[in-house]
Design a protein around this ligand. Sequence first.
Ligand SMILES: Nc1ncnc2c1ncn2[C@@H]1O[C@H](COP(=O)(O)OP(=O)(O)OP(=O)(O)O)[C@@H](O)[C@H]1O
Ligand SMILES: [Mg+2]
Length: 234
Amino acid sequence: MAIITVISNKGGVGKTSFAISAGYYLSKKSGRETLLMELDSSPGDFGPIFDIDSKRSLEMAVRFPANFSNYIKKIDDNLFALKGFPGPFLAEGSVSEGIKNLISTIESRYGNIIIDTQTVFNRVLLDVCIMASKIFLVTDNCLESLSRVINLYEMLTLTHAIEKSRVNLIVNKKRLTDYFRVWDLSKLTEVPVEGFISYDRKFNKNLFISSKNKLINTKMYRQVGRIIENGFNS
Ligand SMILES: Nc1ncnc2c1ncn2[C@@H]1O[C@H](COP(=O)(O)OP(=O)(O)OP(=O)(O)O)[C@@H](O)[C@H]1O
Ligand SMILES: [Mg+2]
């Protein structure tokens, strides 16, 4: 059983793309039931991408954890999705306790739970990072984004004592022509880069709606798959 969280304090870097690609990959490769859980209420993308109505959401699942299966949607063989809160929620102790309680109620039913999160880092996100066996911290290949996520890395590992080995830095949207070489910076800050994902002209989040076969043939999907394999072997 693995709980994986995908985080970044920078928007639009590919958290959702990474989380959903990882969900498809793990549900196929591990052959075990995999749950994609959305912790983004900004609002998130699961509603439109997976065509989930607002009644089936994390809010209801947190309220009625025993009836949890009423609120998830099967989206592929072995792959299920739970949409986030329909609107902004108070990121306070009670919500956080509710989510932790839900995860402990359901974790034995799934081989993998992959949690897609929002850009604003709060108590709820910290709590799921503490529960996770793997945390993928995503940045795109620019200095501003990288320095932000390095701050988050330091906050997680220094202030909150999350083991460095659990936090995997992923650089997404890397182009061959990029002047900025991220590994130079990672040498300076000593934050190891666990994986690169190329900018992929053929990739678009809408592929999750329209064509699973096209998705599986993207470079993005293959590279996420490789990162997940390495993450589990290390
Ligand atoms: N490797 C890639 N190559 C090309 N486009 C990409 C790649 N990764 C993500 N994208 C595109 O970048 C945009 C943002 O991706 P995504 O929504 O996954 O980011 P996010 O971090 O979840 O954003 P948000 O902060 O809004 O939740 C989408 O249009 C997606 O299709
Ligand atoms: Mg997102």
